[in-house]
Design a binder for this molecule. Structure first.
Ligand SMILES: [Zn+2]
Length: 340
């Protein structure tokens, strides 16, 4: 078993003052491609100018998350020594995949903590009109400026909590898969995944207040989730049927945040697993997460169609595999959980 756990994490209120030391520590050479979305440029300008004072930096913004486009984009990275992906989801996934193809080290510099993708080695890209999770490489380091996270709307941090809460139903699905001979179960990794969710639940007030301590809890919980996935070698410890539901919603361009969608899916999974979905609903409410499709901006029809499709979006044994998820039954489950 080969496990790659090589990344460093810099969490600081002045990442602009500390990032150069980290890059030097990593032994990175002169030329840096700073990949960022135009809408985060001002938020990351302090860090970007610090890096520019020691390295030759070119700022670039990928135009899309199409796999084919990023294959071409990656050739632009050939002449660089390393890549920094700065921003929300898009630039992180783009930098992750393009630097993997170019064979260059990359640094993740997220401006929001809305899901655990930042620490995973897989990139979520558009491929043939659907979302695909594609093998890439985990970052050499993750840089988090606590004040940038704090200045983003709370909704993103809440979505990060939603992605953590989904670990609870994902672990139950993992147990079911093991019981049905579809997967090996690793108690230590499962406990680590669950612990990430529980620590967020324990820090409700600090997270809601967006205190530094609360942001730190979400950060380390997401890092621990990534650690669990890397230890196991797939997203299984943190991704079950609730993620299938979210992937189906994404394919229909439902438009809610990933963490919000998987949290709704967690209610469905816990209901089907008979594992206390009502308690989870209360927890979601206390974090200000949407508990209905309407609150998440998803129509009833889309929610029903996505749940119906969820089982087939990928080949993974989950609680959805145990039920006949007909459109009628999907509607019934969504009504009984109050989602529609
Ligand atoms: Zn997720």
């Amino acid at each position: 078993m080969l496990v790659n756990l090589s990344y460093k994490v810099l969490a600081s209120r002045r990442a602009d003052l500390e990032i150069v030391g980290l890059l030097q520590d990593l032994g990175l050479k002169k030329r840096c491609a700073f990949v960022c979305d135009p809408n985060v440029r001002s938020a990351v300008s302090g860090v970007c100018s610090s890096v520019s004072s020691h390295y030759d930096v070119d700022i670039m913004s990928p135009e899309s998350l199409e796999k084919g486009y990023l294959e071409i984009f990656s050739r632009r990275l050939d002449s660089y020594d390393f890549i920094i992906g700065a921003g929300g989801g898009r630039s992180i996934d783009a930098a992750k995949y393009a630097s993997f193809l170019a064979g260059k080290p990359w640094i993740a510099f997220p401006t929001i903590l809305s899901h655990d993708g930042v620490v995973s080695s897989r990139a979520v890209l558009n491929d043939n009109n659907s979302k695909a999770s594609i093998q890439a490489k985990e970052p050499a380091a993750i840089v988090v400026d606590m004040d940038i996270i704090k200045s983003a709307p709370y909704r993103y941090l809440a979505a990060g909590v939603g992605d953590l809460l989904s670990n609870i139903s994902a672990v139950e699905d993992w147990k079911l898969a093991a019981k049905n001979g579809a997967e090996k179960y690793r108690p230590f990794i499962a406990r680590l995944s669950r612990m990430s969710a529980m620590s967020a639940i324990d820090s409700l007030a600090e997270i809601k207040g967006m205190d530094y301590g609360g942001i730190e809890t979400v950060l380390w919980s997401l890092v621990a989730s990534g650690f669990a996935m890397n230890l196991y070698g797939s997203s299984r410890p943190c991704s079950g049927g609730e993620h299938n539901f979210s992937h189906a919603l994404e394919a229909m361009h439902a438009g809610a945040l990933h963490g919000e969608q998987v949290a709704l899916g967690t209610l469905v999974s816990l209901y089907l697993q008979k594992k206390g979905w009502e308690k989870m609903r209360d927890i979601m409410l206390s974090f200000g997460l949407p508990v209905t499709a309407k609150d998440a901006g998803i129509t009833e029809e889309t929610a029903v169609a996505a749940l119906h499709k969820a089982r087939s979006v990928r080949d993974r044994f989950t609680v959805l595999s145990l039920y006949d998820m007909s459109p009628e039954y999907c509607r019934q489950v969504l009504e009984e959980t109050g989602i529609i």
